[in-house]
Design a protein around this ligand. Structure first.
Ligand code: 3PG
Length: 328
């Protein structure tokens, strides 16, 4: 028996690896599809506040139907749960709408290059707001992240300030989302899938009045007539696809959090951005200068370095990252 145990261990370890591989492949593919449809919609129908709202609405609807049909088990929640979810939802809403506004103004690849700088925001918020310190090597790894993003921004052919700021605000908001979700999830027993479902619903409630105030039904209707005449009825399918795929990729990412460490998650998220950057450049034929691509490569390399250092350091993940662990 003593001999067969290591064999069984090795088998379950490789089964776990395969499962995680499937999660990652699904997460990245869904994300690529989301990003492509999202941009196709925004090109023809530039109302990012509405499309952000529709993404959350699709997710809420999918989950309500899944609960009603018992495809997914409805979580048991109390007022305390929703109260602690509120700041997470505010941060999620801001991060989501800011990223979508960004993508309505600049190339998808540019938004994601700036978003690959999220770890730098994590470290800075942890240092200056939470007073946490890290080994010097971690701070040093911020130099290529910030430098690479900066180089890419400076050499971006279609630079736009709203596009740039949107991606930056999204980075900051998502760091807070992660910090708040750590606090909110402590000791709670909601699965990753259901946690994300509740997050979508609360964010939808928060975002809807702002979307109406910023854009509103009149603009939406006029824009829709225009999009219908430019693109035809398939604009509706594109909108449905961006909304459904937004929910699916986020759901899979939250589900994979049940299985992987925050560190693996952040590495996975950066690799996801590489696949989005490359595929969107090909599909939308985004013009890139060599020095622009170099900036992106340096930033992404910096993120890998940062992940490695965090893993090798004192084995204490960033609070903002460990925040992403949602327990079953
Ligand atoms: C959004 O619309 O919320 C952003 O595209 C999210 O970006 P991320 O999930 O890749 O951080």
């Amino acid at each position: 028996a003593g001999r067969s145990e290591p064999v069984a261990d090795a088998r379950s370890e490789s089964a776990r690896k395969i499962k995680i591989g499937i999660y990652f492949a699904t997460w990245w593919s869904l994300n690529v599809v989301f990003n492509i449809y999202n941009k196709k919609v925004l090109n023809a129908y530039p109302y990012p506040w509405l499309t952000s709202t529709l993404s959350l609405a699709a997710g809420s609807l999918i989950m309500l139907v899944s609960w009603a049909l018992r495809i997914a088990e409805m979580p048991k929640t109390d007022l305390e749960f929703w109260k602690s979810l509120f700041p997470v939802a505010v941060a999620h809403t801001i991060g989501h709408v800011a990223a979508t506004v960004s993508m309505s103004k600049v190339a998808v690849s540019f938004t994601h290059i700036i978003k690959s700088g999220e770890p730098a925001f994590s470290v800075l918020v942890s240092r200056f707001i939470l007073g946490e310190t890290f080994p010097p090597a971690v701070y040093l790894s911020l130099i290529p992240i910030i430098g690479g993003c900066g180089l890419s921004a400076l050499t971006e052919l279609n630079f736009n300030m709203i596009g740039f700021m949107g991606a930056m605000i999204s980075n900051l908001a998502f760091v807070f989302r992660n910090i708040f979700s750590k606090k909110g999830m402590k000791g709670k027993s909601v699965s990753g899938m259901n946690y994300y479902a509740c997050l979508s619903m609360l964010s939808l409630v928060i975002l809807t009045p702002f979307a109406i105030a910023v854009e509103g039904p009149q603009m939406w209707a006029a824009g829709f007539q225009q999009a219908l005449s430019d693109i035809g009825p398939q604009i509706i399918w594109w909108m449905a696809a961006q909304s459904v795929f937004y929910h699916l990729y986020n759901q899979v990412s939250y589900m994979s959090l049940d299985e992987i460490s925050p560190l693996t998650f952040s590495i996975g998220n950066t690799m996801k951005r590489i696949s989005v950057i490359v595929s969107s450049i090909i599909i939308f034929q985004t013009p890139v200068q060599p020095v622009n691509a170099l900036g992106a490569a340096i930033a992404i390399l910096g993120t890998f370095l940062y992940s490695q250092l965090l893993g090798l350091g004192n084995n204490r993940p960033l609070s903002s990252e460990s925040a992403l662990v949602v327990k079953k």
